[in-house]
Ligand binder design. Structure first.
Ligand SMILES: Nc1ncnc2c1ncn2[C@@H]1O[C@H](COP(=O)(O)OP(=O)(O)O)[C@@H](O)[C@H]1O
Ligand SMILES: [Mg+2]
Length: 339
């Protein structure tokens, strides 16, 4: 669908070179929601802008549905842009046009007859839930409503791909949730492939199928959201995940645990079916050991269960060590350093 092949982008700023994107290769499949996460300055926006040729690459190529976008004529670039909708953090609406006027704009550009534009705009506003705001101006709308207009406008020309550049970063948490649900609906009901970038891991967790992590222009990790969340490889990825999933208690609480002579702590990670199997209870009962769940959660991630628990065991040493060996066969287990 979208394929970045060894793509690099270098900006020259006053005799200095900024390597914004460095040798990135990624494939975004048709129909998926693909997220790219990274801190500010990681090169995310630049990478997006290469897809619809708002930037041209210094090296490498971008293919959209098998076509190298670098080989397109001006006319074909305009056609390509109609197949790729885009929404932004700051909405980019025309303040002098009404909601309906904003949504109609790309249709006018595409030369659609007036009557058809009217029908299409009504249909789009219904889809994003803004029918009653058609004649309002952007300044009369809340942030979430503005982004709904942005989405309706991006969908106007029936694109195959929707690109979202920090689309929820200016919104409060409730409104973010609403917009993410709308994006999910765009993906599911209209079959539109979504490529989104964000610096917020909860956005990735909420709607993405796959994710790539970018740092200093490079993709440092890329996999399904489930695999990245349950087995992050890179330190930066681990930091992003910790931002949404506090998987350890505070240092103060751990210190208190140690001071009071608390037993060794182990992290037990369950994935998928194992999470519904009473593994802990079964194994500890077998060896006559008590388990104490100190901290953690079992949550749903991409429609699968994922448990991440901190536990301690009470019982004779040899029994505990039998429990540990038995558990290691079934789940991921590691001792947690209390320091
Ligand atoms: N048009 C430009 N001219 C010069 N430098 C740029 C330009 N666009 C982006 N950059 C630089 O490229 C790097 C990546 O920027 P960007 O792609 O916007 O990152 P992100 O979206 O991840 O915050 C930054 O160092 C930024 O300053
Ligand atoms: Mg950006």
């Amino acid at each position: 669908m979208i394929e970045f092949r060894n793509i690099s982008k270098t900006f020259k700023v006053g005799g200095r070179e900024v390597n914004a994107v460095k040798d990135v290769s990624l494939t975004i499949e048709q129909g998926e929601i693909f997220g790219i996460i990274g801190f500010s300055g990681a090169g995310k926006s630049t990478l997006l802008r290469l897809v619809n040729l708002l930037e041209s690459p210094t090296n490498g190529s971008v293919q959209v549905q098998g076509v190298d976008v670098g080989s397109l004529s001006q006319k074909d670039v305009r056609k390509l842009r109609r197949r790729i909708g885009m929404i932004f953090q700051n909405f980019n609406l025309f303040s002098s046009r009404t909601v309906a006027g904003n949504v109609a704009y790309p249709l006018k550009l595409a030369g659609m007859p007036k009557k058809e534009i009217k029908e299409r705009v009504a249909e789009l506003l219904r889809f994003v839930g803004l029918t009653d705001k058609a004649s309002d101006y952007p300044e009369q709308l809340s942030g979430g409503q503005k982004q709904r207009v942005g989405i309706a406008r991006a969908l106007a020309t029936s694109p195959d791909i929707l690109i979202c550049d920090e689309a929820t970063s200016a919104l409060d948490p409730d409104t973010t949730g609403e917009i993410l649900r709308l994006l999910k609906k765009v993906n599911k009901d209209l079959g539109i492939t979504i490529l989104l970038i964000t610096h917020e891991m909860h956005v990735i967790q909420a709607i993405c199928d796959r994710v790539a992590v970018m740092e200093e222009g490079e993709v440092i990790e890329s996999d399904s959201v489930f695999d990245v969340f349950t087995n992050p490889q890179h330190l930066t990825t681990q930091r992003f995940i910790q931002s949404v999933q506090q998987d350890r208690p505070s240092a103060a609480l751990l210190e208190e645990w140690r001071r009071k002579g608390g037993k060794n702590l182990y992290r037990v990670i369950f994935k998928g079916e194992v999470a519904s199997d009473p593994v802990l209870s079964r194994v500890t009962r077998k060896f006559d050991v008590d388990v104490n769940i100190v901290y953690g959660s079992v949550r749903e991630l991409q429609e699968k269960l994922y448990g991440n628990l901190l536990v301690s065991f009470e019982g004779p040493k040899s029994n505990v060590s039998n429990v540990l060996s038995a558990l290691e066969e079934i789940v991921a287990l590691e001792e947690v350093m209390i320091s």
